[in-house]
Design a protein around this ligand. Sequence first.
Ligand SMILES: C[S@@+](CC[C@H](N)C(=O)[O-])C[C@H]1O[C@@H](n2cnc3c(N)ncnc32)[C@H](O)[C@@H]1O
Length: 239
Amino acid sequence: MTDRTHASSSDVSDNLENWNDRAEVHAHGGYGDLDAFADDPTALTPVVMKDMAVLRDHLPDHTMQGRRLLHLQCHLGDDTLTWWRLGARDVHGLDFSPAALNHARRLAARAHAPITYVEGDARFASEVMPDKKGFFDLIVTSVGTITWLPDLREWAQSIASLLAPGGIFTIRDIHPLLFALDDDGLTIVQGWFSGTEITYETDQTYTMRQDDGEEERTGGIVGKAEAPGPRITHTTNHN
Ligand SMILES: C[S@@+](CC[C@H](N)C(=O)[O-])C[C@H]1O[C@@H](n2cnc3c(N)ncnc32)[C@H](O)[C@@H]1O
């Protein structure tokens, strides 16, 4: 039987290949000077600062101190390291790309941050780390994540089962409508509902100011995340 928790032979294997390639481009300049980021204990990423600005009000003491945190689709680990620097503990990062995780582990080691990185498909995270069911106070994923997942039902169930009672899941992502618009930002040229799939090839990545890859995108985010039981307490739009 195929192990669905690892993506190399699954329905997202093309995405995996693409992300392994991108990880190298991003690690070698695309994401700036990562060594300098690791070496500066005060350095934080704008992605996490923006998430934290919203999350803060939902945390019992308005801080990350001591929170057990899982970062899904952690990529090179600069955001994961930021969560640790903000006080999160028992920090875990999960991604399906071994290339991205190599860089994430190197970054954490350089920064002396005890972060655990796990390889696996985000849709099945609770199967990847079964010993962590009911463990995390916080699960986060941000910017350019669920657009890569063909279906969100198992993903949402997985998150629900990894959260501790009263735990918080937070997501910030690009509105799927943006993917349906033409470059002029005014004309709808594609459907944006769940299950719409775009397949394309290019040798660009977004750090070169272009988007690329084989992408499966899903609308109806809120309804799907809610399906297995979590209570949605806050949604907002950003420019
Ligand atoms: C756009 S990056 C996340 C970016 C992150 N916010 C950052 O700024 O670094 C998307 C990440 O999702 C990962 N990914 C895509 N599909 C995945 C899947 N099915 N399971 C786990 N990770 C996946 C990719 O390897 C990549 O590291």
